[in-house]
Design a protein around this ligand. Structure first.
Ligand SMILES: [Zn+2]
Length: 267
């Protein structure tokens, strides 16, 4: 039996709330223990405060958001723009995975608009892969365990890859019933409203989530608010067809049949 533990691993404080928190909340409703980790501390997310002050503010905000979600909070491992695919980060992240032992691992899309997101995705994929490999040492040292862990990739920013091509979800999670809580968790990142106004022209932080979840909901043709996911290839993680999100969420999970049909099956 896969463990009823799920972890969401984002790049920056607020990424989980935008792309993954609805699914985390739905899993929690089915009895899953849920965990929250952003690899970077958000220290570059301000034009008003220095890096130390900014990371301190954002750490407080992220802890508040995790509390609203009812998730176990794990401290960040590095600074913004320093999410490099490095041995140091891999060992630290693999230690968290070994502690948590998640059966479901939620993270960014392997294609996304910025490298902190794509590098997070790569680090998570490898850290989960090493969960049962005692010869790969983590920092701090943590014992290995042999169990299924299925990795799911979230939608990318703007639902596009870095070359502006559309990304189609492989499956949808109905987040309508938890949408208000997701908005509340996002609103805990108070410092980000101003920053996103000036840096990325997001005219409303909360409206951006509203638009995103409604857009993915429309793609599903079934749910009002939704999050989209693509499941990582099973080799090294689980049985071929293991899909614990489907198992846990039942009618609130919808496989995107056009995506499934478009897959060129290997061996
Ligand atoms: Zn981000």
């Amino acid at each position: 039996m896969p463990s009823k533990v799920a972890i969401a691993i984002g790049a920056h404080p607020d990424d989980i709330e935008f792309y993954m928190a609805g699914t985390l909340l739905m899993l929690k409703k089915t009895g899953y223990e849920i965990h929250y980790l952003t690899l970077a501390n958000g220290n570059c997310g301000s034009v008003e405060y220095n890096a130390a002050m900014t990371s301190s503010i954002r750490n407080t905000e992220a802890r508040a958001a995790a509390k609203i979600l009812g998730a176990h909070f794990h401290p960040s491992l590095t600074n913004d723009l320093e999410i490099i695919y490095s041995l140091e980060l891999l060992r630290a992240l693999a230690a968290v995975i070994r502690e948590v032992k998640p059966g479901i691992v939620l993270t960014h899309s392997p294609q996304d608009y910025m490298e902190d997101h794509t590098n997070t995705s790569r680090l998570v994929v490898t850290a989960a892969f090493t969960r049962g490999m005692p010869n790969f040492k983590t920092v701090p040292p943590r014992p290995t365990a042999d169990y299924d862990a299925v990795v799911y990739h979230a939608m990318s920013h703007g639902l596009c890859d870095q070359l502006r091509r559309r990304i189609i979800p492989g499956a949808f999670v109905n987040t309508t019933s938890v949408h208000k809580t997701q908005l509340k968790a996002l609103s805990a990142h108070k410092s980000q409203q101003h920053w996103l106004d000036v840096s990325q022209g997001l005219n409303s932080f909360l409206l951006a989530l509203e638009d995103l979840s409604l857009a993915v909901g429309r793609l599903s043709k079934r749910f009002k608010h939704a999050e989209g996911w693509r499941r990582h290839l099973h080799f090294g993680y689980s049985a071929r067809e293991a899909d614990p999100l489907a198992e846990a969420l039942g009618r609130n999970y919808l496989v995107n049949q056009p995506y499934e049909r478009s897959l060129q099956r290997g061996i």
